[in-house]
Ligand binder design. Structure first.
Ligand code: ADP
Ligand code: 5GP
Length: 205
């Protein structure tokens, strides 16, 4: 949970960072974009590690990619989550304490979460910046999901249906960025983040 005291602490510290939500359909390029942004020295960013009840995929590292929990473990930490939602049949949530600590250190904290979670964050932390990653078209999205090669046909079909639902809510976000060309989208996002207080040299933001 996030309360008024947290809000006041995060909001009044001289160096307090900004909470940045990044949402968009699966395959829109959120992870790729965030990886590229984290490598930019002109940005002062960290990314939140979510908890989930889904199983790890090959190559995913517990504690780095997600905190992989059982249903029971997830239920036990539920009150310590800033937001949570069921996405594609599994539970996901953002542990509040690491976010709180990073904000107090002046870092911008990126949450790569779905739109249900994004709306909960907006309720709890009204000055959070909500960014929606758009794809040029659903056809392009489908191609990217196939090229990524992590999902079977049924999963791809489910993700495309979910994508339509999420895209319909994009207008509620503060900013939309189209991930057409990767380099261009990274540049656009980097300058949005600098304009919103996430530059490494805050006095020059
Ligand atoms: P998400 O995290 O939103 O599910 P990913 O970052 O996994 O999406 O990207 C999905 C796939 O699309 C990956 O294979 C990635 O390399 C590719 N991709 C990301 N951005 C672009 C782009 N601008 N052009 C072409 N392919 C892209
Ligand atoms: P994946 O399992 O493919 O990594 O993620 C599936 C979806 O869950 C993506 O839309 C991702 O943004 C979302 N997601 C990941 N972590 C969280 C979280 O902590 N909270 C919410 N609400 N959604 C999340």
């Amino acid at each position: 949970m996030w309360n008024e005291r947290d809000e006041a602490q995060a909001g009044t510290a001289a160096t307090a960072g900004r909470l940045v939500v990044i949402s968009g359909p699966s395959g829109s390029g959120k992870s790729t974009l965030v990886r590229r942004l984290l490598a930019r020295p002109e940005l002062r960013l960290t990314v939140s590690v979510s908890a989930t009840t889904r199983s790890p995929r090959p190559g995913e590292v517990p504690g780095r990619d997600y905190l992989f929990l059982t249903q029971e473990e997830f239920a036990r930490i539920r009150q310590d989550l800033l937001e949570s939602a069921v996405v594609h049949g599994a539970l996901y949530g953002t542990p509040a304490e690491p976010v709180r600590r990073a904000l107090a250190q002046g870092l911008c904290v990126v949450l790569v979460i779905d739109v249900q979670g994004g709306f909960q964050v907006r309720e709890q932390v009204p000055d959070a910046l909500l960014v929606f990653i758009q794809v040029p078209s659903l056809e392009v999205l489908e191609t990217r999901l196939r090229v990524r090669g992590t999902d079977d046909e049924a999963t791809i079909a489910r993700r495309l249906t979910a994508a339509r639902r999420e895209i319909a809510l994009a207008d509620h976000y503060d900013i939309q960025v189209i991930n057409d060309n990767l380099d261009r989208a990274v540049e656009e996002l980097a300058s949005i983040l600098i304009q919103n207080g996430c530059g490494a040299s805050k006095s020059h933001d």
